[in-house]
Design a protein around this ligand. Structure first.
Ligand SMILES: C[S@@+](CC[C@H](N)C(=O)[O-])C[C@H]1O[C@@H](n2cnc3c(N)ncnc32)[C@H](O)[C@@H]1O
Length: 281
């Protein structure tokens, strides 16, 4: 079968199964199977797929048609300009989480960060991006999921920052020392179980529940993380957390007694990242 015909057929299958951005998905998965870029697809519509290529392409399209995210099929997602390995054990890194890195970079203009904790590291995307930005910082990256930590370690090695990051299994900050860190950063699970039906099907059915949901209202992890972060930080240290679209006021309420609270908005104008400073002595 010709490449253009295979693409047309895949597009039809994805559209019939209500997969959003069907063309982009059909092309991404063909690029994955052929190991080529988009320019090649457009330049060689007449290229014949081998029997093996056609079978593999059909298999990926069938998987995608079930709602499985393309990133779990290709095993890759870009974050902060870096390529990350992903599997169904980890949340797929989101573009809005880059605002966490941007916020930390802004804070770092006034204060240096030598000891950083990343809580709920998942794929390791935040820890690895920060290791690249702060090459002399020591980073502790924890997660409650051993399977996620394996992926995070692989990503740190892939980007040659494994010596800078100590990975460990921990329930939030329980396994880490107190009063040591000058920055605690986290993109915690923050979707309420009561909002599960509003979440996209591919998130609800394919991404790890422990990475997405946090109690009925989405606040359970914040309630535990904020006091733990206060204990883990040195005086004057910063806590930087990603937030869901509706929790800003509740999270601010939990930050009573912290200083310099500041919010970063995402490109849609949603309050996405909150930062707060533990009072200096
Ligand atoms: C929203 S994901 C974020 C992953 C990654 N940091 C990112 O930004 O893409 C939340 C992560 O927190 C982890 N997690 C959930 N509950 C936790 C807990 N009690 N202690 C430590 N990690 C937890 C999940 O396993 C998941 O990897």
């Amino acid at each position: 079968m010709r490449l253009d015909a295979a693409l047309r057929r895949a597009l039809r299958t994805l559209e019939q199964n209500d997969v959003g951005s069907a063309r982009m998905n059909a092309e991404t998965l063909l690029m994955f199977v052929l190991g080529c870029d988009r320019a090649y697809l457009y330049a060689h519509p007449e290229r014949k797929l081998t029997g093996d290529e056609e079978n593999r392409y059909n298999a990926t399209i069938t998987e995608r048609a079930t709602g499985k995210p393309a990133q779990y099929i290709t095993g890759h997602q870009e974050f902060w300009g870096l390529d990350f390995i992903v599997s169904p054990a980890v949340l797929i890194p989101r573009p809005e989480t880059e605002h966490v890195i941007e916020t930390v970079l802004e804070l770092a203009r006034a204060q240096s960060f030598a000891r950083i904790a990343d809580v709920g590291t998942g794929s390791g995307c935040i820890a690895v991006a920060l290791a690249k930005e702060f090459p002399v910082a020591n980073i502790s990256a924890v997660d409650i999921s051993p399977a996620a930590l394996e992926i995070a370690r692989a990503n740190a090695a892939r980007h040659q920052v494994e010596k800078q990051i100590a990975f460990g299994e921990s329930d939030l900050l329980a396994a880490l020392p107190k009063e040591l860190f000058d920055l605690v950063v986290s993109n915690p699970p923050y979707v309420g179980e009561s909002e599960a039906d509003k979440v996209q099907k591919q998130v609800r059915e394919f991404e790890p529940k422990v990475a997405v949901f946090s109690g009925i209202e989405g606040m359970d992890i914040y309630r535990r993380l904020i006091p733990q972060a206060r204990a883990a930080l040195t005086p004057g240290g910063w806590l930087v957390m990603e937030m869901g679209y509706s929790v800003e006021q509740s999270v601010r309420g939990l930050l009573a007694g912290w200083e310099n609270i500041r919010v970063t908005y995402d490109l849609q104008g949603i309050p996405r990242v909150i930062a707060a400073r533990k009072p200096a002595l």
